[in-house]
Design a protein around this ligand. Structure first.
Ligand SMILES: *Cc1c(COP(=O)(O)O)cnc(C)c1O
Length: 413
C-alpha cells in the first residue's frame, strides 16, 4: 500500500502524487495517509513527523522542528491555566534550531524533498519577499537542488542564510514590489525546465506547516481547544485544520476540532475583507507592521481553503492594529524571554484580544503558534552569508522573464 494518496475533499476523487488542484471543482487536494494513527519516527528535526509528510525520503541536514512548551509568565499575565506556545525559530535553550527562524523551514524541507523525488531535472522557482526565500535558499544550499529566487529589490537585505555555498541559488532582483516579482515568476514557471513551488496548493507546504499542530498535540497529549496564528495567505490555518482532522481520526487526542483564531494586520487584511466586506486600504501594504501578512490573493473561497477551515472549526478572524501588535511583542519578549517576528506579535495580540472578549476561558487548552522568532539570537550566533543578485531586471522590460531564464540556465548548466 502506498504511504499516501491525494484526494479531492469535495468530490473524493484520487489524483497523482504531484497534482495540485482538482480539475473538476478547483479544490485544493488533500493528503490521505495510509497510517491512520500517528507514529513518531526517530529521525532529526521535522522528520519526527515523517509518517504524515508526503515524501519518500528525508533531507537530514539542518532540519529542525517546532518546540511546544507550557507558558508560565505570559499565561499568568493573561490568567490562563493551559497556554502552550509552539515556538518556530532559533532558541537554543529550548532546543529550537530553525536556522532561518520561521516556520517556512517546515515548508521548505518537505517541498525540496519532493522536488528531488520527481525524476525530471527542473529548477524550482520561488517568488518571495523574505522568510520563504530564506528557508528555500537554506535547503537549496544544503542539497544543491537548483533554486531560482525572484525577489523585489527591498527584500535583498533580508536574504541572509546560515550557509556556506550559494552556487545552487540564482537570485533575480526585480526593480519593483512583491507583485511584480510574482508576476515575472509566473511567466517563468510556464517553461519546461522550471517548476513553481505551488503555494497553498502544495501539500508538502501544508503538511509541513501542519507539523506544528502535531507537535503541540503530542506535547499536550490532546488536541487544543483553540489555535492562534497570524496569517497572510492563511495556508498555515488550513494546514492546522487538516492536521487536526487527522489527529481527530487517530482517536487518541480528543474528538473536537480546535477553533481557529486567525489574525491579520489592519488596515491591510484581505482575508477579513473577503470574510466581512471590510475594505482594504488602497495604499496597502504600505505602513504595515509586517508585510509578511499581506497577500492579495489568499486561498479563501477555494474548496478546502480558509473559508471552509473557519466554518468547520467555528473559527474567527482578527484585525490587529500596529499598536496592538507592538504592545503584544514587548509583553511577549519581556515575559517569555525571546525576540519574536512581527507576525508572531500579531498572533499574540489576537490572543490578548480573545481573552479580553472572553472568546476563550481560563482552563481551556490554548495553543499559540509563534511562527517566527529568535532572529536576533541567530544573527549573533550563526555564521550567515548574504545572497547577492545574479541579475537585476525592470518589471517594464518585456524581456525580463527571458533574461532570467537565460541567466538561470547558464548558472545551472
Ligand atoms: C508566512 C508567515 C506567516 C503567515 O503564514 P500563512 O501562509 O498565511 O499561514 C506568519 N508568520 C510568519 C513568520 C511567516 O513567515
Amino acid at each position: 500500500m502506498d504511504k499516501y494518496r491525494l484526494i479531492c475533499p469535495k468530490c473524493g476523487k484520487t489524483y497523482g502524487k504531484y497534482d495540485m488542484l482538482c480539475p473538476l471543482d478547483g479544490s485544493l487536494l488533500r493528503t490521505e495517509y495510509s497510517k491512520k494513527q500517528f507514529e513518531s519516527c526517530d529521525l532529526p528535526g521535522i522528520w519526527k513527523f515523517y509518517n504524515w509528510l508526503p515524501v519518500e525520503g528525508v533531507i537530514k541536514k539542518g532540519s529542525s522542528k517546532t518546540r511546544t512548551y507550557k507558558s508560565e509568565k505570559l499565561a499568568d499575565k493573561l490568567g490562563l491555566e493551559n497556554l502552550f506556545i509552539s515556538f518556530n525559530g532559533y532558541w537554543p535553550e529550548k532546543e529550537a534550531y530553525m536556522r532561518t527562524c520561521s516556520f517556512k523551514d517546515l515548508e521548505a524541507y518537505p517541498t525540496m524533498q519532493r522536488v528531488s523525488e520527481q525524476k525530471k531535472e527542473r529548477i524550482l522557482v520561488v517568488a518571495s519577499a523574505g522568510n520563504t526565500a530564506r528557508a528555500f535558499a537554506h535547503v537549496s544550499s544544503i542539497t544543491g537542488l537548483p533554486l531560482l529566487l525572484v525577489v523585489p529589490e527591498n527584500a535583498l537585505e533580508k536574504l541572509w542564510i546560515p550557509a556556506k555555498s550559494t552556487s545552487s541559488i540564482c537570485v533575480a532582483v526585480v526593480k519593483g514590489d512583491y507583485y511584480d516579482a510574482i508576476s515575472i515568476a509566473a511567466q517563468i514557471t510556464d517553461r519546461e525546465k522550471f517548476m513553481p513551488e505551488g503555494g497553498a496548493r502544495n501539500v508538502a507546504r501544508r503538511d509541513g506547516m501542519g507539523t506544528v499542530m502535531l507537535d503541540a498535540t503530542l506535547t499536550m497529549k490532546h488536541l487544543p481547544d483553540h489555535y492562534f496564528q497570524a496569517v497572510g495567505s492563511g495556508t498555515g490555518g488550513i494546514a492546522a485544520w487538516e492536521a487536526a482532522m487527522r489527529l481527530k481520526k487517530d482517536g487518541r487526542y480528543g474528538d473536537k476540532l480546535p477553533q481557529l483564531h486567525l489574525a491579520q494586520n489592519f488596515p491591510c487584511a484581505p482575508l477579513i475583507q473577503l470574510h466581512e466586506g471590510v475594505a482594504v486600504d488602497p495604499k496597502c501594504p504600505e505602513g504595515m507592521y509586517d508585510t509578511v501578512l499581506f497577500n492579495r490573493k489568499p486561498p479563501y473561497a477555494v474548496g478546502g481553503g480558509v473559508r471552509d477551515a473557519l466554518e468547520a472549526t467555528g473559527g474567527d478572524l482578527y484585525g490587529i492594529t500596529n499598536e496592538e501588535a507592538e504592545e503584544a511583542r514587548l509583553l511577549f519578549e519581556e515575559l517569555e524571554g525571546i525576540d519574536i517576528m512581527y507576525s508572531a506579535a500579531v498572533a499574540t495580540a489576537a490572543l490578548i484580544k480573545a481573552v479580553r472578549n472572553t472568546k476563550v476561558s481560563r482552563s481551556e487548552l490554548i495553543m499559540l503558534n509563534i511562527t517566527g522568532g529568535g532572529v536576533k539570537r541567530a544573527l549573533k550566533e550563526l555564521a550567515t552569508i548574504r545572497l547577492e543578485p545574479d541579475l537585476v531586471v525592470s518589471p517594464e522590460d518585456s524581456e525580463a522573464p527571458a533574461k532570467i531564464i537565460q541567466k538561470a540556465e547558464d548558472k545551472f548548466e
